[in-house]
Design a protein around this ligand. Structure first.
Ligand code: NAP
Length: 474
């Protein structure tokens, strides 16, 4: 029994490594996502228990010596983390993800720093120092960059890109100085001030990296920072010779990077454009000039008439649905229409909302069956056979300019072809633009009806009208 307890951590790490792989696999689809989360949680709970039971031996000095500090840290962490996770609104997930990356990265950087000073004044050397340098650089820069991302999304830091002349030069100079201070202790014994200077530059670089990026691009940047935090953890695994950290950190780094590439592709933007394109500035320039062109608006009663008389309706949710928290009303409307024999499907654009999977999560929360949710590529050619495309708080992801207007900032972004439906109805509060800050010609299309109002209230009206107007015939 004693031997088992002694080597329990090794089994726990092995299980946790498999659990991470399966968790990522299952998180890939809404129907298996819960299983993925639970598997990941069990894997890491076991890994933590295994680590706590690990005792130092003469052949392996790694292990827990005192529990008091660890227990205090667990209690403080749980007291902050648990209420945050419970009370956080769905629309605030991007900024809270940024906050959790910030703390994860800070932990990696602090462990690296402790390891660096472990035998002070002697410093680690060789491969260990290389791993520590990567860990500390990525850890500290991800910490401040994630805090900045949190601040921009939470409105604590101005959201538009902050740019100035020669910014790229200044940033590159900082990066070069960071590389010099980082490489110095690797190649030769460095003076005592070099390591603190390296830490300071890493922290400052994180802030400077985020300044020129607009708040709207933060979700993509957060995915990239997730990747950095994973790479820092992976480097920490090499420095501490901890295989679980290497595996989980590498998986985290790869999945975060792949996610940010997918997001860039779905917006038809390059990495360089997101990181250095100062994209939010477009929003400011164009947002002001609203052309006074006529649009057709309609009432909830008109909308209900059209919907109950349709055979097929495709609902396109967007960021506005999330802001209005209208998903439960969407579910009520869907139920009422399905009862009346209408075929109701959902078209999900990969970057609808402000984070990947935003719409899937909200619709799942409202118990809308997964089999009604379709990815853009799967449903796009169904719009031409659809009686009504009902767009709820989506804007850029249905803007036909992306197909033909070469001057548009979203030109080339794949969109949902709602304009091919027989009728289009758009619920939004005004003619204001969406994230990209550009007008949407869909609203001026003669077959489009604008339903002006908050998504939740307007949908409530429509549901009432549907109930009042049409007897169930299914
Ligand atoms: P969008 O283009 O930002 O448009 C959202 C629309 O919702 C706005 O036009 C707004 O119009 C409306 N709205 C806001 N509050 C509302 C409310 N309470 N009730 C009704 N309508 C409301 O959103 P999207 O079509 O979902 O496109 C997402 C955009 O975010 C894309 O440009 C994408 O590239 C970008 N983005 C997404 C991600 C991601 O991972 N999902 C990451 C980075 C960037 P009113 O103000 O007139 O109501």
């Amino acid at each position: 029994m004693d031997t088992f307890l002694h080597s329990f951590w090794q089994y726990a790490y092995l299980f946790a490594a498999f659990a991470t792989v399966f968790a990522i696999k299952w998180l890939n689809h809404p129907s298996t996502a819960r299983r993925g989360v639970i598997t990941g949680e069990i894997g890491f709970a076991l890994a933590i228990i295994g680590t706590l039971l690990r005792k130092p031996t003469p052949s392996d000095p790694s292990g827990v010596v005192h529990y008091t500090g660890i227990l205090i840290a667990i209690v403080i962490g749980a007291m902050i983390g648990a209420p945050m996770a419970r009370l956080m609104p769905m629309t605030a997930v991007p900024q809270f993800t940024a906050l959790s990356h910030a703390f994860g990265a800070l932990a990696a950087a602090l462990v690296g720093t402790a390891e660096y000073y472990y035998d002070f004044p002697a410093a680690p050397s060789g491969f260990k120092m290389v791993a520590l340098t990567i860990e500390v650089l990525l850890g500290f820069l991800t910490f401040t960059a994630s805090l900045m991302a949190f601040g921009k999304l939470q409105g604590l830091v101005p959201s538009p890109p902050i740019t100035y002349k020669g910014q790229n030069f200044v940033n590159l100079t900082f990066l070069a100085a960071g590389v010099v201070f980082g490489v110095w202790p690797i190649v030769t014994a460095a003076p005592v001030w070099v390591y603190p200077a390296f830490v300071l530059i890493s922290l400052l670089f994180g802030v400077m990296f985020i300044l020129p990026i607009g708040g709207g691009d933060m979700p993509t940047v957060i995915a990239l920072l997730n990747s950095f935090a994973g790479a820092a953890a992976c480097a920490m695994g090499f420095a501490l010779q901890n295989r679980l950290l290497i595996i989980a950190g590498a998986l985290n780094a790869a999945s975060g990077f792949i996610l940010s590439v997918i997001m860039c592709k779905a917006m038809n933007r390059s990495f360089t454009n997101v990181l250095f394109g100062a994209f939010g500035q477009v929003q400011e320039k164009v947002a002001g000039k609203q052309a006074a062109r006529p649009v057709r608006s309609a009432t909830a009663e008109d909308a209900a008439m059209l919907l109950v008389n349709a055979q097929k309706v495709i609902i396109v949710p967007g960021y506005g649905m999330a802001v209005a928290q209208a998903q439960h009303k969407v579910r009520e409307l869907t139920d009422q229409l399905v009862k009346r024999g209408v075929d109701v499907q959902f078209a999900i654009h990969p970057v609808a909302g402000r984070m990947p999977g935003h719409m899937n999560v909200l619709l799942a929360e409202a118990d809308i069956p997964y089999d009604r949710l379709h990815e853009m590529e799967d449903i796009n050619n169904e719009f031409s056979e659809t009686d009504v495309a009902l767009v709820i708080g989506a804007n850029d992801v249905v803007n036909p300019a992306a197909r033909h207007d070469k001057t548009s900032p979203i030109y080339g972004m794949p969109i949902l072809d709602v304009d091919k439906a027989r009728n289009v109805m758009v619920i939004k509060r005004s003619m204001n633009p969406g994230f990209a800050g550009i007008e949407n010609e869909l609203y001026y299309d003669p077959k489009t009806l604008m339903l002006f109002g908050d998504a939740k209230s307007f949908l409530s009206e429509i549901v009432k009208e549907v109930n009042a107007q049409a007897p169930v015939h299914a």
